[in-house]
Design a protein around this ligand. Structure first.
Ligand code: BG6
Length: 474
């Protein structure tokens, strides 16, 4: 095998999301989002934390971009806050909102950083949730399409990479089945119907993008958790099939093939939870095949075992940073178990770089599309020691995942880019500010001061060597 390094135009990037960094939640005519409301409800977020100020990126973006430039970052993935553009979700455009993102994009371009723009990273305008139930209603298609078109018209001359939706599987499942995100429902059917609407929205936006001939590339990013069977026993390999049919392939086939996998349809029909698919949906979903790339957010793998019909069900998530992996599953289908071959983070996430290689190959074989890794990173506790942050654990984590990317490329995957999560530390939806992901430390106790971590200087070398410093000694 050749030891060639990464493609010359490889997008070495890092990512964020509007609500998690911007702050300025009421500034310059912005409307409220469902998260602005959710964080005010007692007990919904870690120790009542919120993104009202976050890292104040809205006001300090120039400083953050200067740090990106110093690092040599090739791509910065960020999201547009829909309620900054349309404070009520629709109707009158807020010119100040458009102006903010125009300046951000200009500044990135002026510093040779490719903007990768996510249209939706969970901060739905509250007005749409209140008017018709947000994503649970098909009415959202019209408003989302109008918002997307407004963004394309405003920014497409400067933006080549678009991500329509971030992790539609997470915001719908946590919002509609597990009650951990707004609107806090516990209804499997509502989750699946809402997810179906996101797939329609993705297809409609991709169709518009292609029909109106905007230049560039478009896709969506799914949280992808590849999995292994816990043993070679038939019951465990069947459980693995169930997992893929109701999870990974369920989520991705509808986005990339325009249909759900048969085994998943059989299960959800029997469970009385199959989403309502209208005849016209099928036609629209065919447009999903025009998607240019598969975006994935990869953090971990799962190990899957059989689960009897009176077995465990989907449980709570580890939001407290105390080690200990909580198994959960779907009774009668599968359950997750601890993988003895990997280490776990303090939040119970499996650290499994090879799972990224394996997962990308699965995607390559199933969909034959380029892949874009829009998030990958390690959430950890960091300590400031003498004004420095030594984070060898993060360097190791990212290095091993970059090696996995290299191996996937060598095996035939067309990988467009790799974004770490995240550039600066930021607000975590369920873990507040204690769980840190950034190359740049934010001192939340001291005026949001920015401090470069060891990993900052290390990733700088990764980019300068086009990945070669990770591959040596692989
Ligand atoms: C992804 C999201 O789910 O993972 C990010 O797209 C999120 O917004 C990231 O912050 C890490 O999750 P967490 O729960 O550790 O903050």
């Amino acid at each position: 095998m050749s030891r060639a390094i990464f493609p010359q135009d490889f997008l070495w990037g890092s990512a964020s999301a509007a609500y998690q960094v911007e702050g300025a939640h009421l500034a310059d005519g912005k409307g409220l989002s469902i998260w602005d409301q959710w964080v005010q409800l007692p007990g919904k977020t870690y120790k009542g934390s919120n993104g009202n100020t976050a890292t104040d990126h809205y006001r300090r973006y120039r400083q953050d971009i200067a740090l990106m430039k110093e690092m040599g970052l090739k791509a910065y993935r960020f999201s547009i806050a829909w309620p900054r553009i349309f404070p009520q979700g629709k109707g009158a455009v807020n010119a100040a909102g458009l102006a903010f993102y125009a300046q951000l994009i200009d500044k990135l371009r002026a510093n040779d950083i490719e903007p990768v723009v996510t249209l939706y990273h969970w901060d739905l305008p509250l007005a749409l949730q209140e008017e018709y139930g947000g994503w649970e209603s098909r009415q959202i298609l019209r408003d989302f399409l109008n918002y997307a078109k407004t963004c394309f018209q405003a920014f497409s001359a400067q933006v080549k990479y678009w991500i329509v939706l971030n992790e539609p599987n997470i915001f719908t499942q946590l919002g509609y089945q597990l009650a951990l995100h707004p609107p806090g429902k516990t209804d499997l059917r509502a989750y699946l119907q809402t997810y179906h609407h996101t797939a329609l929205a993705h297809a409609a936006v991709v169709k518009l993008f292609k029909e109106d001939r905007y230049p560039g590339y478009i896709g969506s990013s799914i949280a992808f958790t590849p999995a292994y069977a816990a043993s070679d026993k038939e019951e465990d390999t069947r459980a693995l099939e169930n997992y893929y049919a109701t999870n990974c392939w369920w989520l991705m086939d509808i986005y990339h093939r325009g249909e759900y996998p048969d085994l998943g349809v059989a299960y959800y029909t029997q469970a009385g939870a199959m989403p309502r698919v209208l005849p016209e949906d099928k036609e629209l979903l065919q447009a999903a095949r025009l998607t240019d790339f598969i975006g994935i957010n990869y953090y971990q793998t799962a190990m899957i075992a059989a689960n009897p019909s009176n077995g465990v069900s989907l449980g709570s998530m580890n939001t407290n940073g105390q080690k200990g992996n909580q198994g959960n599953g779907v009774a009668g289908l599968y359950k997750t178990v601890t993988n003895p071959r990997v280490e776990y983070t303090d939040w119970g996430w499996a650290i499994d770089p090879d799972g990224l290689r394996y997962g990308m190959l699965q995607l390559h074989h199933r969909y034959s599309l380029p892949v874009f890794i829009s998030e990958n990173g390690l959430g950890a506790y960091d300590k400031v020691e003498g004004g420095q942050i030594h984070d060898p654990y993060r360097i190791n984590f990212v290095r091993q995942h970059i090696q996995a990317c290299h191996q996937a490329i060598q095996a035939g995957v067309d990988l467009l880019g790799y974004c770490t999560w995240s550039f600066t530390d930021l607000f975590s939806w369920l873990n507040g500010y204690a769980k840190r992901y950034g190359f740049v430390f934010i001192d939340f106790e001291a005026q949001l001061q920015r401090i470069k971590k060891d990993s900052f200087y290390w990733y700088q070398q990764v980019i300068a060597s086009n990945g070669a410093n990770c591959i040596q000694g692989e």
